[in-house]
Design a protein around this ligand. Structure first.
Ligand SMILES: [Zn+2]
Ligand SMILES: [Zn+2]
Length: 273
């Protein structure tokens, strides 16, 4: 947790990094290994800056959140000539192999990686927050030593795998012959809950209001649908987002605002002001 906070904010007083190589040159790539259980490695490499200090290596924050990959699995799959779990420095082919493996993993991350209740999942959720509370959008103040207590990480169970459809279908007609397209195909798919990070104030409100789902808590900040009374109202959002919108309570409408409806019900599709 300290390590993730120090990645999110360089003003955090702790530099909880260990490194085991002597001379480092400007521009040398550094793989960031976190002491999670099991140990994990960031998919984004950092580079040694002008000060030559590995504990202050610079990371280019990617367009999407940097990911975390289980280091043991990576070591087994890649079969490095030197095991990155034991050695501090990878050279030549092993270094290039590590770099391409991490880049590849970085492209393949998806939201399911933040589900579950492991230490790696918690670290991924915190990284994904980019240091902001999902409830009130306030930035966390990581300049003080007790900042880690200000962060509440809400974790969500991985949903059970769905039972597969039977391979042999017994109906005599293809389903498209009698099933019309359901109206609901236009509605967004909204999960029951999402993982995320809250400040203590928002976490307290969530508890006091009796919510166990962070998503229900967040949707409760919006008015209920006047037609179906569902609590799944999404707010219109204009502008060019810097990345994909992952908040299900927002409804990205592009750049041009034309006095359209502000609220859209995620359950029945009603739009209103
Ligand atoms: Zn908050
Ligand atoms: Zn509705």
């Amino acid at each position: 947790m300290d390590a993730v906070i120090s990645l999110l904010d360089s003003r955090w007083p702790y530099r909880p990094w260990r490194y085991g190589f002597g001379e480092a040159q400007i521009g040398d790539p550094v793989a960031i290994v976190l002491d999670t259980d099991p140990p994990s490695v960031m998919t984004e490499l950092a580079t040694i800056g002008a000060d030559g200090r590995p504990d202050l290596a610079l990371m280019r924050w990617p367009h999407t959140t940097p990911g975390l990959i289980d280091l043991a699995t990576l070591a087994i799959v890649c079969n490095f000539s030197e095991d990155p779990r034991n050695t501090w420095v990878l050279r030549g082919g092993a270094a290039a192999q590590m770099e391409s493996a991490l880049t590849e993993c970085g492209y393949r991350l998806d939201e399911s990686m933040r589900l579950g209740r492991s230490e790696i999942a918690a670290a991924r959720i915190l990284l994904h927050s980019v240091g902001e509370c999902l409830g009130c959008r306030d930035a966390f103040d990581f300049t003080t030593e007790d900042a880690r207590d200000a962060v509440y990480i809400h974790m969500v169970d991985t949903p059970q795998r769905q039972t597969a459809l039977p391979v042999v279908r017994t109906e005599r007609y293809a389903s498209y012959l009698y099933d019309s397209t359901p109206e609901s195909w236009l509605l967004p798919e909204i999960p029951a809950d999402i993982p995320g990070v809250l400040c203590r104030r928002c976490e307290q409100s969530m508890r006091e209001e009796g919510f166990t789902s962070l998503l229900d808590f967040r949707f409760a900040r919006h008015p209920k649908c006047p037609r179906c009374r569902a609590n799944r109202t999404r707010k219109a959002m204009y502008g060019e987002p810097s990345g994909p919108i992952r908040e299900p309570w927002l409804d990205p409408r592009g750049c041009v605002q034309r006095g359209e409806h502000v609220w859209t019900c995620g359950a029945c599709g009603l739009e209103w002001w």
